[in-house]
Design a protein around this ligand. Sequence first.
Ligand code: GLC
Length: 488
Amino acid sequence: MTWWRRGVIYEIYPRSFQDSGGDGVGDLPGIAARLPYLQWLGVDAIWLTPVYPSPQRDFGYDITDHTAIDPRFGSLADFDALVAQAHGLGLRVILDYVPNHTSDQHPWFRDAAKRDWYLWHPGDPPNNWISVFGGPAWERDPDSGQSYYHAYLREQPDLNWRNPAVRAAMLGVLEFWIARGVDGFRVDAMRQLLKDPLWRDNPPNPDYVPGMPEYDSLLPVHTADLDEVQEIVAAMRAVIGDDRLMVAEVYAPIERLVRYYGEGGRGAHLPLNFHLIGTPWRAEDVGALIERYEAALPEGAWPNWVLGNHDRPRIASRVGPAQARVAAMLLLTLRGTPTLYYGDELGMADVPIAPHQAVDPGMARDPVRTPMRWDAGPHAGFSTAEPWLPVGAGQGVAAQRDDPRSMLTLYRRLLALRRDSDDLAEGAYRTLHAADGVLAYARGERTAVALNLTGEPRPLPVAGEIVLSTHSGGGASLQGDEGVVLTI
Ligand code: GLC
């Protein structure tokens, strides 16, 4: 069995994990210094969001050089040292790979000879396409009078993946990092890579109601998830191979999402499954989601689950602190590879950001990207300088690590249980109960999980011996907000 099937991925937002340079922004040596913590916690791999040179308009997702390290974060030597130290501790390193767009400051975009590396249209925008971040997806260049397409910010022009030179250059980026020893990639914006060559209008979304993000006013049938994208997925997978992990960011309905596994090992190992993020936190809904996802998985595909990331509200804010413990148990006992967002193991919630401190251009994602809380030192041990975003209130690692009731202890126990249990790591999933606020399921032959998604006591719908509870007790019935793992 490959490591990532049993493994747990931990997402690090490098700006906010640990600052070692005293500038209020996290960096690679800071991450390296905290690797022993991650080993102690019990995760298997770290995924770093982009650390490449960038004007930081979209905080690293606007790249000027895909094969270098931004001096804010350190140097290539720091990166090599981080990989070596991680490997020494048995941790894998996964990089964010951003193939869909570059920064508008990238030398390619500024090179007149590489005009066909991007998507230019003479004159005014040819259609109604909207940026994911809102507003028109076309920007008119005053010098040439031409317009270019950008799925995200205007400072993030989309690359033209129909151009073989772009393809060769961007696949070469994968090879560069593979040669430096990385263990995998998380491919950004996978489904956006190709757009309709005829540049037809996107149709209106009949389900759109005012108040929804502007992007949702159209159905992106000509700008996302084109069938031909699968061929690029396969080209990337061919470079990444079987010994390294290919994770893909794919926001899509389950039936479309699972196509990114590809056929015959030609797709992503793990097309990220974000559906827990949008599903109502009710036993019936979560149970139905798991059933639908499990049923949709193609032969041989390995499932995966995500509770949160750097783009979406944190789980503790979505369901509240008490249910966040239940959610932790769900994430770490479902069948499939979990991705854990840094700080969720402390119960970190969204941190309110005053308007004058806001830095995310328009998307309001700052509250979920605030510094990790380590100890009682200045700025919670994150930095000696004023952090780039404020540190939220609440206990950090030092205060939680020896407290048997803390969220951190719960996460660590769940991670250990999962590591030691073949049932939890590999056993088949079977729903036992999904009603009246309680979701219960079996994993393998001898393990069951029962989760009370309400604040009221509920009968325990499965008999067995409790091996782990989100609460201290563990009795014949479930307390409000309690989850238990049982041997049956
Ligand atoms: C992905 C990233 C997000 C970024 C966008 C554009 O959705 O997760 O943070 O803004 O791609 O690169």
